[in-house]
Design a protein around this ligand. Structure first.
Ligand code: SF4
Length: 369
């Protein structure tokens, strides 16, 4: 398929791998921030093709995985109400809350619908004026513009039975938090190309300077990732630390200006909890005061819930790159994509799910050898 096959060309991949091998003289730890990149790396075995001295650390870039338990529990409480139609993307339905998940609420009679766009939820609200229709708006800077536009449209069209349960998080504050952690081993970052296509790259040079780390904006196909790693290693070996855009076919420095204007109008910056990591200051968005009437947390008064994380799950350590998924004792045993104990096993972008899908047999063979 044009535009995909040409970014998976094995001859070009071999050349890039040779260049990386020829450039590398010492050990380096590079974090890919995005869950989509994690899946691409594991699926194509890129980490296994790299020189042993290059370690890829899988960062907290899966939106489902970092959505805090408290927000999941709030979603469950709202979705169980008889007057509510709760709309969500499908991957949130199996994410475990403290005691249940959205699938179980649905099986118990909750009106929970899988939609493909927040605008679908707005249409449902318009067609069902006697129902309260809630959309579960989670994710990074990539999903936020569509959610912002939906709230803007709800206000413009006067659809007052629509609301948004918001848990949006931002990449640059997460990079700062990772670098501030006393256990941090990361020496460079592959930044998420799709996030930068929305937000641009202007926030990143300051992070490069402050933490003395190279940041390379990188795409998602195998050659994109290898090129991102090649440029990163080149900077590391030269002792440089600047922003480099290796995804110029999609990313401009200023980003997507209409999307950013919509985000500025509808949202404001707030502290956000990250599942497995904790609260990061100024790391997310909430609805701005003029749109607060569309905030589901305010509408349904769900505040200060008591939450219980699984005692077994080590997804916090996975998300911080402190362990690999198969180092968790529950991996592939009590915890599988069908019986997930943590969000990193649920989402198609979660690191535990990626290892389960693409590495399980290899890991089992190595364990029994
Ligand atoms: S394998 Fe399961 S229990 Fe272990 S860290 Fe991953 S999600 Fe949590």
């Amino acid at each position: 398929m044009k535009y995909l096959d040409e970014f998976s060309n094995p001859d070009l991949a071999r050349k890039l791998l040779d260049q990386i091998r020829d450039t590398t003289t010492q050990r380096w730890a590079i974090m890919e921030v995005c869950g989509g990149q994690t899946h691409s790396i594991i699926r194509h075995g890129i980490d296994q093709l790299l020189p042993d001295s290059i370690e890829m650390i899988h960062g907290p870039g899966c939106p489902v995985c970092v959505t805090p338990l408290e927000i999941i529990d709030k979603a469950l409480e709202i979705a169980a109400r008889p007057d509510v139609t709760f709309c969500s993307f499908g991957d949130m339905l199996r994410v475990p809350g403290s005691e249940s998940d959205l699938f179980r609420i649905k099986s118990q009679g909750g009106d929970i619908r899988v939609v493909y766009s927040p605008l679908d939820a707005l249409r449902i609200a318009r067609e069902n004026p006697d129902r309260q229709v809630v959309f579960f708006g989670i994710g990074f800077e990539t999903t936020a513009p569509a959610n912002a536009m939906t709230v803007y449209q709800a206000k413009r069209l006067g659809i007052h039975n629509f609301s948004l349960l918001v848990s949006h998080v931002l990449v640059p504050p997460a990079i700062a938090a990772i670098m501030e952690s006393p256990t941090c081993r990361v020496q460079a970052f592959l930044a998420a190309g799709h996030v930068c296509s929305v937000m641009g790259t202007e926030e990143y040079p300051a992070l490069c300077d402050k933490y003395q780390v190279p940041i390379v904006v990188t795409g998602f196909e195998p050659l994109d990732i290898l090129e991102g790693i090649r440029r990163t290693v080149e900077q590391l070996e030269k002792g440089e630390h600047h922003l480099d855009n290796a995804y110029q076919r999609a990313v401009r420095p200023e980003g997507n200006l209409p999307a950013k204007q919509m985000l500025d109008d509808v949202f404001e910056i707030t502290d956000r909890g990250w599942r497995g990591i904790g609260t990061i200051p100024d790391s997310g968005w909430q609805l701005a005061p003029k749109y607060r009437e569309f905030d589901a947390e305010h509408r349904f008064h769900v505040h200060d819930l008591h939450t219980d994380e699984s005692a077994i799950c080590r997804s916090g350590e996975v998300l911080q790159g402190l362990i690999k998924p198969h180092e968790c004792a529950a991996f592939g045993k009590q915890c599988t994509p069908r019986t997930p104990l943590g969000a990193t096993m649920v989402s198609s972008e979660g690191a535990c799910a990626a290892y389960y899908l693409y590495r399980r047999l290899e890991i089992q063979e190595a364990t029994h050898a």
